[in-house]
Design a protein around this ligand. Sequence first.
Ligand code: ARG
Length: 459
Amino acid sequence: MAKMWAGRFSKEVDETVNAFNSSISFDGRMYAQDIRGSIAHATMLGDCGIISATDAEAIIAGLKGILADLESGELLMDPTAEDIHMFVEAELTKRIGNAGKRLHTARSRNDQVALDVRLILRDEIAEIRQLLRNLLNTLVTLAEHHTMTIMPGYTHLQRAQPVTFAHHILAYVWMLLRDDSRLADTAKRMNYCPLGAGALAGTTYPINRKQTAELLGFTAPVANSLDAVSDRDFCVELANALSLLMVHLSRFSEEIILWCSWEFKFIELDDAYATGSSIMPQKKNPDITELIRGKTGRVIGDLTTLLTMLKGLPLAYNKDMQEDKEAIFDAIDQAKLCLKTFDPMIATMRVNQENMRAAAAKGFINATDCADYLVKKGLPFRDAYKISGTLVAKCIREGLTLETLPLEAYKEASDAFDEDVFDAISLETCLNGRISEGGPSAPAVMEQLAAAKNAIEAL
Ligand code: ARG
């Protein structure tokens, strides 16, 4: 494709350089946003009398035709074009002649690309938030079914204290709700229009930046023309929000990988969401979750790419910034893929309540409650803690649990123990007693569930 800037040059650009310089293979994705931005720009140019009303109309009709033809597949993008902006403009001029050459009045590709990226990220954020909302609803439904499903809570991956599956799932609901609010915040902060900043120093034409900002649904124009074309902080913010979202999905995935193992067997994935081995016939592998864990590294890499790309750049536009798109689009695509597969995988997995309960009954997760029993009988907590520890050690030596240890052994350790200790250390008592706000007892979890549902509804 002939270069728009050919006038200044005496030779055609080297073929390898052209391929190296070209971004259409990845910025072609922004064709609809590019055309939308150009329609707003042409409308404003016409209204301000910078181009004639007839030219503005011809440009707008031409752009609409290009959009329709790209969408139907009738028009294919030229892979040798420098970028999507040049491609659309050249195609317009091919279709409508001289009027097409007036579209780029009072505009530069620098403010154009800053606009297009904002527009597409705004759309993508809305899509990701919808996927996230779907997952949140799936998780809340799952939690609703398991407010009485006792499982061990862990620290250091050692059984620690009793919780319920609902409580555990709700922990992720709150993390994902914060991810959503980070995405919403990013969208809000990026919603300022760079159009009219020109290459870097505005323009001498009597443009109306408020009008284009309004036409494109922005809060206002970006206040400083240099800032408008120089920063990609919104890409960094989005990559950061997506990295954290991925980190949450990755930790959740890691737990699902553990829970699927024969060592845990807390859950079983539906056959449609697991994979087999090419050699070991018995295998049912949680590949989806492992891929999510793996892709998290990749999205964090995208964030690092963006930060590193920006950190040494003098104002204003530098070509380094063309690298923003592949990084942020990759982060978006990976996060969307992960949400789309994780959600139905969770919705279809089977929960093995018996195994969860059996695990909770084994790991001395009532040892704290045994100590608390003595505290209620008047012993200082440190003494009670020590006695409870001695009893655990005795149980381990003798192959018993606190539930099966005879009363005499309790009484030997402290005469404060009585028959009622067995009720005090039963899993139900240990769970039901945890009524503190945000705790795992059924009433506390019901309150949490209601709050989570309200928060999701308010999104
Ligand atoms: N393809 C370029 C990008 O993505 C568009 C802006 C080019 N501007 C320029 N002055 N070379 O960043």
